[in-house]
Design a protein around this ligand. Structure first.
Ligand SMILES: [Zn+2]
Length: 84
Protein backbone atom coordinates (compact mmCIF):
# COMPACT_ATOMS: atom_id res chain seq x y z
CA UNK A 1 0.00 0.00 0.00
CA UNK A 2 1.34 3.35 -0.95
CA UNK A 3 0.69 6.49 0.96
CA UNK A 4 1.18 8.88 -1.92
CA UNK A 5 4.61 10.17 -1.20
CA UNK A 6 4.64 13.53 -2.91
CA UNK A 7 7.84 14.59 -4.57
CA UNK A 8 8.18 18.21 -5.47
CA UNK A 9 9.32 18.49 -9.07
CA UNK A 10 12.54 20.36 -9.40
CA UNK A 11 12.36 23.65 -11.21
CA UNK A 12 14.00 23.11 -14.58
CA UNK A 13 17.29 24.92 -14.69
CA UNK A 14 19.34 25.77 -17.77
CA UNK A 15 22.33 24.34 -15.98
CA UNK A 16 20.88 20.86 -15.78
CA UNK A 17 18.78 20.60 -18.91
CA UNK A 18 20.36 18.66 -21.73
CA UNK A 19 21.75 20.97 -24.36
CA UNK A 20 20.24 20.93 -27.83
CA UNK A 21 22.18 19.18 -30.57
CA UNK A 22 25.06 21.23 -31.85
CA UNK A 23 25.34 23.59 -28.89
CA UNK A 24 29.00 23.82 -27.89
CA UNK A 25 28.76 26.53 -25.25
CA UNK A 26 25.94 28.04 -23.29
CA UNK A 27 25.86 31.20 -21.21
CA UNK A 28 23.20 32.01 -18.64
CA UNK A 29 21.88 35.55 -18.83
CA UNK A 30 21.03 37.64 -15.80
CA UNK A 31 17.35 37.06 -16.56
CA UNK A 32 17.64 33.29 -16.71
CA UNK A 33 17.65 32.85 -20.47
CA UNK A 34 20.57 31.27 -22.24
CA UNK A 35 22.86 32.31 -25.04
CA UNK A 36 23.73 29.25 -27.10
CA UNK A 37 26.88 28.94 -29.17
CA UNK A 38 26.86 26.42 -32.01
CA UNK A 39 29.47 25.21 -34.41
CA UNK A 40 33.24 25.34 -34.37
CA UNK A 41 36.15 26.94 -36.12
CA UNK A 42 35.03 29.68 -38.50
CA UNK A 43 31.48 28.41 -38.66
CA UNK A 44 30.16 29.50 -35.28
CA UNK A 45 26.98 31.27 -34.41
CA UNK A 46 25.35 32.42 -31.20
CA UNK A 47 21.71 32.88 -30.43
CA UNK A 48 20.17 34.49 -27.36
CA UNK A 49 17.04 32.61 -26.37
CA UNK A 50 15.83 35.63 -24.43
CA UNK A 51 15.81 38.36 -27.04
CA UNK A 52 16.58 36.41 -30.24
CA UNK A 53 19.80 38.30 -30.85
CA UNK A 54 22.07 36.30 -33.07
CA UNK A 55 25.57 36.65 -34.45
CA UNK A 56 27.51 34.48 -36.79
CA UNK A 57 30.73 34.53 -38.79
CA UNK A 58 32.86 36.07 -36.08
CA UNK A 59 34.89 32.94 -35.43
CA UNK A 60 34.74 30.75 -32.37
CA UNK A 61 36.71 32.78 -29.84
CA UNK A 62 35.07 36.08 -30.73
CA UNK A 63 31.61 34.53 -30.80
CA UNK A 64 32.09 33.15 -27.30
CA UNK A 65 33.20 36.57 -26.11
CA UNK A 66 30.14 38.15 -27.66
CA UNK A 67 27.91 35.49 -26.15
CA UNK A 68 29.35 35.95 -22.69
CA UNK A 69 29.23 39.73 -22.93
CA UNK A 70 25.63 39.61 -24.09
CA UNK A 71 24.64 37.17 -21.35
CA UNK A 72 25.94 39.62 -18.75
CA UNK A 73 23.72 42.40 -20.07
CA UNK A 74 20.62 40.79 -21.57
CA UNK A 75 17.56 41.11 -19.39
CA UNK A 76 15.05 39.60 -21.78
CA UNK A 77 13.15 36.78 -20.17
CA UNK A 78 13.21 33.39 -21.84
CA UNK A 79 10.04 32.47 -23.64
CA UNK A 80 7.96 30.05 -21.61
CA UNK A 81 8.22 26.53 -22.92
CA UNK A 82 5.19 25.64 -24.98
CA UNK A 83 3.71 22.35 -23.94
CA UNK A 84 0.92 20.35 -25.47
ZN1 LIG B 1 19.52 38.60 -25.31
Amino acid sequence: MTHGIRTTPMQPSPGTEPWPDGVTARYLTVAGATVDVRGSGDNVSMTCLGCDLGYSAFGEARTRELAQGHAEKCRALPRPAVTG
